[in-house]
Design a protein around this ligand. Structure first.
Ligand SMILES: [Mg+2]
Length: 410
């Protein structure tokens, strides 16, 4: 079951402000002369206002439009409350973005014999418990892709079920680019391969599709339209860990231990970037010659992907600990092992939860940095914090795990 909130940002604003209800509203990042409507309300869409339209143009088209500056914090709160509603009905609720989520109900056949009834109940719960003005489109299908397609077919307040019995009829009314994930370029490629409609896509042989797309992507399209699941993947990671034993000689060079902590955080950053996840929790473990351990779990105020932020959180915790316990520095010449692990992952695309703020730009920057590293070598571009005279990780052959080696290839 796929739940997609309709005109989400604008509806949240209308929910909070009674006098905006029923009026065309355009949520903008800023409402100045060059502002852009990033989220028109249902009423604004009905008057032709489109996402991404310049505010000036939108006002000409619809003079009664109410431009509003976006308040991401508010939308995030609504998102959390909506997810709470969904999680009451299923164990696996995977947010796909700030206004949509997929519920994995594959093992709930006996619990919910009629999913239409469940969908209506969820719509009602959202209205009654989150906000009466909030509408959603719900799609039900044997896999996540078709369920998502279901939400596209009826807006606002839609409810569409796609089954083996009606799928051909549903697809018959659509063009290739109506399928989420098929853009103009992909459509062109398919047309070249003799596939002109979603129906032809569904009935093409998987081998032919593979040839046409020249990759596994073609097979995925065959699976999607023939009810197999390729879009919900069980995440291979629950936690990622970077750990390192410290030799007696290395212990004597305190600076190299500080560098090692930096390197561990950067290793985790690289893995999180390659897995496209951010973490909400970081744990740190120091082991000492006198067999004592210092172990701390740090809850992060927001999802983090960058090593420097992990580092900052760990350093703050260390300083706090030393201050309150009046003890010697935690990084000292008795350290025998150092480990950092991250957990409680959020898919990267969910960090648009901090939409329009610094994090999104930082994430793009990080992605660009790793693209450069992948293309020209990992040491061609490094962060200032990674600069050091000694290279704390260079001698660590086989450091990390096999997963790591695998990740590097991607
Ligand atoms: Mg939506």
């Amino acid at each position: 079951m796929f739940v997609d909130m309709n005109s989400f940002f604008a509806s949240c604003e209308q929910q909070m402000n009674y006098y905006l209800r029923g009026r065309p509203v355009g949520v903008c990042v800023y409402t100045g002369e060059n502002g852009c409507v990033i989220a028109p309300s249902i009423e604004a869409k009905q008057r032709g206002v489109k996402t991404g339209m310049r505010l000036r143009e939108a006002m000409q088209l619809c003079p009664e439009l109410v431009p509003l500056e976006s308040r991401p914090e508010r939308y995030r709160e609504f998102h959390i409350r909506i997810m709470e509603v969904l999680r009451r009905y299923a164990e696996e609720v995977i947010p796909k973005s700030i206004d949509e989520a997929v519920m994995d109900l594959r093992t709930y056949k006996l619990v919910y014999p009629d999913l239409i009834v469940l969908a209506r109940q969820i719509k009602k719960d959202i209205r009654e418990q989150v906000g009466e003005w909030l509408r959603c489109s719900i799609g039900i299908a044997p896999n996540a892709f078709l369920a998502k397609l279901g939400t596209e077919l009826q807006k606002p307040d839609g409810l569409v079920m796609i089954t083996p019995e009606n799928i051909d009829q549903v697809l018959a009314g659509l063009s290739l680019t109506d399928l989420p994930g098929i853009g103009e370029r992909m459509a062109q490629r398919l047309r070249k391969g003799g596939i002109h409609t979603p129906l032809e896509l569904r009935h093409a042989s998987p081998y032919h599709l593979r040839r046409v797309c020249q990759s596994i992507v073609g097979l995925h399209w065959h699976y999607r339209l023939n009810f197999a699941e390729v879009d919900i993947m069980d995440h291979p990671y629950k936690t990622m860990q970077a750990m390192r034993q410290i030799s007696a000689a290395q212990r004597q060079r305190i600076q190299s231990l500080h560098d090692l902590l930096v390197a561990l955080c950067m290793t985790l950053e690289r893995r999180m970037v390659s897995q496209k996840v951010c973490c909400r929790e970081v744990a740190v473990q120091f082991t000492y010659t006198y067999t004592r351990q210092w172990h701390q779990v740090i809850r992060l105020p927001k999802p983090v992907q960058e090593g420097t932020w992990l580092l900052q959180a760990i350093r703050q915790r260390m300083e706090h600990f030393v201050r309150t316990h009046h003890c010697e520095p935690l990084i000292n010449d008795q350290l025998t092992a150092m480990g950092v692990s991250v957990s409680d992952f959020v898919p990267e695309e969910l960090v648009p939860l901090s939409l329009f703020e610094e994090p999104l730009r930082r994430q793009n920057l990080l992605r660009a940095v790793y693209d450069i590293k992948d293309r020209f070598g990992p040491d061609k571009l490094i962060k200032a914090v990674e600069l050091s005279d000694v290279q704390p990780m260079k001698d660590a052959i086989g450091f990390g795990s096999v997963k790591d080696l695998h990740a590097r290839k991607t």
